[in-house]
Design a protein. Sequence first.
Length: 209
Amino acid sequence: MSVVKFFINKAIKNMLIDDYLQKELKRAGYAGVEFQKTPLGDRVVIYAERPGLVIGRQGVTIKELARILEMKFGFENPQIAVVPVQTPELNARIMANRIAMALEKGIHFRRAAFVALRQIMEAGARGAEIVIRGKLVSERARYEKFRAGVILKAGEPSKYAVDRAVTHVLLKPGVYGIKVSIFLPVNTVDDISIVKPQQGETIGTTTNQ
């Protein structure tokens, strides 16, 4: 197997695992997964809003996950660690899933979006955008966009300062798509300013005694 094909197959496998965990751990606030190879086997780190639901009563759920990872995905002696997400309101995947679950409960899409938007901004985000697509108010598919603060669309800062996630939910009218973008509370290049020295002040000089 060539190196390129190896990495392609690995990426596909990781994507399939991520999709599986997303479906199985939706109620736990699944936020992502990382894989690490160790001498004792494969280490799987799952990030979730509610780790207790991932572990399950007496560890039943996490044991079943380990069994499936081994039997279905070919992991060797999988060791699963569950890490809580410190600020779930700043995680785009968690917030997209919250909106999806709200829609499943029959909550109006605008109310679900505005509640999520308020939670995101109260958590310290610099901006957020929520886009919901589907048969919202008629038989024709359309979308509505909800935004607060500033959101970066392009450029290098948008790659590391904006967390994005997309999820779908099947409702009676059809499939709804939910896209969440969160401008995280981090400094970007645009935040850097040059301080001019005061008169008679020097910067960056050293004196040898």
